[in-house]
Design a protein around this ligand. Structure first.
Ligand SMILES: *[C@@H]1O[C@H](CO)[C@@H](O)[C@H](O)[C@H]1NC(C)=O
Length: 334
């Protein structure tokens, strides 16, 4: 993984260099991401996010898919939920896709309830935004880089149980795990995957800076040091270049939703260009997941704390030509 990432960076540098040297007009473009609806109830306009229960509805998996299945599958009495058919459909879509296209599944997980969630309800959003969110806490509780409440821990344990029971029914196991560096997200990932993958060796989750919640002003969105995170989550790895201290958060300016969406688009493309896994899980936040959904053109879907939704994404690489060589935007020579 690291070797691959490094060689990608080298190729990227070479490509940039080649473009400059050869005076080519074409610049490198990033890959296009599109939600493929039809597999999960969350994609449908009639699904109400407020009443949707991912645990009771098999993470929203539908019974019919928008791809043709082999006759074999039509004849067989398939168990519900149809995870085997889903995996089969994804494999078939990837097999039949052009070499510039791949289909991926993102399991988007919102952290369990944190102390900042409780405080916002307690004070009301207006007072929270204008005053309390700027403080580290109120003397009774602390919400700077907020920890999970007991309810939040319970929500993550519910996710753990839901994964265990669906994995037993054939749900695909994620091949890669990414987390926001805010501890409520990392802790949720840790609880969700304990006893499944986390304490069973590999793969280690990776903390990625830009997966975090809206930046600035609110202390709940200011992250702890790398040293603290490493001590608290020893089984997690850090993306390359992860700094000791938080360099993105400032006390006086709150990131806009549009800026946040640009940031999440960058980090999502980085993940999809450097990681060829089909099944990827991302532990993040209400705001950052809203942005991810926007980037892939998914309908709006406001998530409750601790909720997990899968989305299918079509990833199309743009190509760039340098001399006689053709590169994908992720700089893998084709
Ligand atoms: C601090 O906030 C919590 C709710 O978030 C509340 O239960 C508690 O009473 C507050 N403490 C003070 C001193 O106001």
């Amino acid at each position: 993984m690291h070797l691959f990432a490094r060689s990608t960076v080298l190729r990227l540098l070479f490509l940039r260099f080649a473009i400059v040297v050869m005076g080519a007009q074409r610049t490198m473009s990033t890959c296009k991401l599109t939600n493929v609806p039809g597999f999960f109830a969350q994609d449908l306009p009639e699904t109400d996010p407020k009443t949707f229960d991912y645990i009771k509805s098999n993470f929203g998996l539908l019974e019919e898919f928008p791809v043709e299945c082999d006759e074999l599958w039509e004849k067989d009495a398939t168990p519900v939920p149809r995870w085997d058919r889903f995996k089969h459909a994804l494999a078939a879509m990837n097999r039949d896709a052009s070499k510039h296209t791949s289909y991926r599944v993102l399991f988007l997980a919102r952290h369990g309830q944190g102390f900042h969630n409780v405080a916002e309800v307690y004070y009301g959003t207006e007072l929270w935004n204008s005053y309390w969110s700027k403080l580290d806490g109120n003397g009774t509780i602390v919400w700077a880089d907020a920890k999970l409440t007991d309810q939040g821990i319970q929500e993550a344990e519910n996710a753990n149980a839901a994964w265990k029971s669906q994995l037993a029914l054939g749900m695909p196991l994620p091949q890669s795990f990414y987390s926001s560096p805010l501890q409520r997200a990392s802790n949720t990932l840790e609880i969700t995957w304990s006893g499944i993958t986390l304490d069973k060796g590999a793969p280690d989750p990776t903390i990625k800076e830009k997966l975090r919640e809206t930046l600035g002003v609110h202390t709940c969105d200011r992250r702890s040091s790398k040293t603290y995170l490493h001590e608290t989550f020893p089984e997690f790895e850090f993306e390359e270049g992860f700094t000791e201290n938080d360099k993105l958060w400032v006390a006086d300016v709150r990131e806009s939703n549009a800026e946040r969406t640009v940031r999440l688009g960058e980090t999502l493309r980085e993940i999809l260009e450097n990681d060829q896994s089909t099944y990827i899980t991302i532990s993040a936040h209400g705001g950052s997941i809203t942005s991810i959904l926007e980037v892939i053109g998914h309908r709006k879907f406001a998530m409750n704390t601790g909720e997990v939704i899968p989305v299918v994404v079509k990833v199309e690489y743009c190509t760039v030509e340098v001399g006689n060589e053709v590169y994908k935007s992720c700089c893998v020579k084709v």
